[in-house]
Design a protein around this ligand. Structure first.
Ligand SMILES: NC(=O)C1=CN([C@@H]2O[C@H](COP(=O)(O)OP(=O)(O)OC[C@H]3O[C@@H](n4cnc5c(N)ncnc54)[C@H](O)[C@@H]3O)[C@@H](O)[C@H]2O)C=CC1
Ligand SMILES: N[C@@H](CC=O)C(=O)O
Length: 435
């Protein structure tokens, strides 16, 4: 990324690399660690947390670290000692990583809302910038966590590379040109709400991914999480629960004629997604310009006659771009994507993937029980709908029909969960949906 590339080279020359703590060495983190180790100047990984240390060792091996450069560490001072000796510390205690004075930036690559909440608080307490590959915790608790992080003077940010960050970068680019983004969209290849880890097992095996994770991509949960993040960072809304979510086999350029401009203005702009369009799996932003003189130039530059002008990024390169976020946070104090300070505008709520029975405990996202859809935050609050990120482990108190939305009134929430407490704090802080 321009700017951070030169800043990182300077950090390298000054022998002051950014020190990164990686949490959750799964599919994404492994790719990121390999990338940082081989291709990113001015940045080093000093610590890796995993529930099983073997997994962290295996991930570091995948990333190309020599066994002799890795050492187990039980606490923060052992992590720091290892890092000072130029080694990577592996720990199964996340507070050893967040508490180390040899970690500048914590990267959460777990995808877990419940653990992500704990980790975020620990990073904030210890003054570490927090980079979330964990979009799921961000969409559930982002407003309160970002508030706490900024009150503590640290950067809280989602990642470059995944579609929310790519959209937010494009939105900032478009705003910089003087246009008003009115639609921010995600280009998907497949959307089938009823996929589950059994149907996705072959795909997961082929790519070395987790079957639940890839199910959450196929069943629309992840795109909903992603578009909620964009809405809440850019101040956009949704046309309706679930977005418009059209199938469109042409190019995203053609979408400029498919939105009602007056409706978009009335809503203050919308997030959306499109299935099967080109260029996939990228992102698009449709924006307007009020000035006829600049409209003339935009037409000359082949963006059409307006009133909506199309912009897009043809790919999202996930872990490859995370070092950009780390550098932006550490060297520039800049967040790639974070919630606006006035509370969420769009939430993700769970819809039953099949008929569900009273008494059953809901499984994890990307499972067999529910898929996620975007909903206006005002509707989520008025109808007391359960945030998708808190659904796992909730016990149904009545039967729920396939495709029915699940509300707090339909479940018994397990006792004692930090994420529920944070959510209550967030709801109290933002009693009215973000405007
Ligand atoms: N897989 C993909 O293509 C992409 C994934 N992402 C995001 O990146 C994050 C990670 O995804 P993947 O690497 O695919 O998942 P993964 O399942 O391969 O890796 C997650 C890692 O976190 C650990 N973990 C999970 N729950 C935990 C908990 N409660 N406590 C401690 N550790 C826990 C797992 O053991 C695993 O090592 C997710 O938030 C996902 O949405 C973003 C872009 C693309
Ligand atoms: N953004 C993707 C998932 C990860 O890249 C999707 O929604 O399918």
């Amino acid at each position: 990324m321009i700017i951070t590339d030169n800043l990182l080279l300077r950090a390298q020359t000054a022998r002051k690399p950014i020190r990164v703590g990686v949490v959750g060495p799964g599919f994404m983190a492994r790719g990121m660690m390999h990338h940082i180790h081989h291709d990113v100047p001015g940045m080093v990984i000093t610590a890796v947390f995993a529930r099983s240390r073997e997994k962290a060792h295996a991930a570091l091996d995948f990333a190309g670290y020599a066994a002799g450069d890795i050492i187990d560490a039980d606490n923060a001072s052992a992590v720091s000692d290892a890092a000072r000796r130029g080694m990577v510390a592996v720990t199964d205690d996340h507070t050893a990583l967040t508490g180390s004075d040899q970690v500048d930036v914590v990267v959460d690559a777990t995808g877990s809302v419940f653990f992500g909440a704990e980790l975020a608080l620990s990073a904030i307490e210890n003054g570490k910038h927090l980079v979330l590959m964990n979009a799921e915790v961000d969409a559930t608790l982002g407003s309160i966590l970002c508030h706490k992080a900024e009150a503590a003077g640290i950067v809280y940010t989602g990642m470059d590379g995944d579609q929310p960050g790519v959209q937010m970068n494009l939105i900032r680019f478009v705003r910089g040109l003087g246009l008003r983004p009115l639609v921010a969209g995600n280009i998907k290849g497949l959307q089938d709400e009823y996929r589950n880890p059994t149907t996705q097992e072959g795909f997961a095996r082929k790519w070395g991914q987790d079957p639940h994770m890839v199910t959450s991509f196929a069943d629309g949960t992840k795109v909903s999480v992603e578009q909620a993040l964009v809405a809440n960072a850019a101040g956009l809304s949704v046309h309706r629960g679930g977005c418009l979510g059209r199938d469109h086999e042409g190019h995203v350029d053609e979408l400029t004629g498919m939105y009602d401009l007056d409706e978009l203005h009335a809503m203050g702009g919308a997030v959306d997604y499109v299935v099967k369009a080109k260029p996939g799996p990228g992102v698009y932003v449709l924006a307007s310009h009020d000035d006829p003189k600049q409209q003339h130039y935009l037409n000359l530059y082949k963006l059409g006659e307006g009133p909506l002008y199309p912009f897009y990024t043809p790919y999202h390169l996930c872990h490859f771009e995370v070092p950009n976020t780390i550098a932006r946070a550490m060297l520039l104090g800049d967040a790639c994507i974070k919630p606006l300070p006035n509370g969420p505008r769009v939430e993700v709520v769970p819809m039953a993937k099949r008929d569900l029975k009273a008494g059953q405990a809901l499984d994890a996202k990307g499972g067999y029980d529910y898929y996620g859809v975007c909903e206006k935050a005002s509707v989520q609050r008025t109808e007391n709908l359960l945030p998708l990120g808190l659904a796992e482990g909730c016990v149904l108190t009545r039967d729920i029909a396939k495709d029915e939305v699940i509300s707090y009134a339909d479940v018994q929430v397990p006792d004692g969960r930090l994420a529920d407490r944070l959510r209550a704090e967030q709801d109290a802080m933002f009693p009215v949906a973000g405007a």
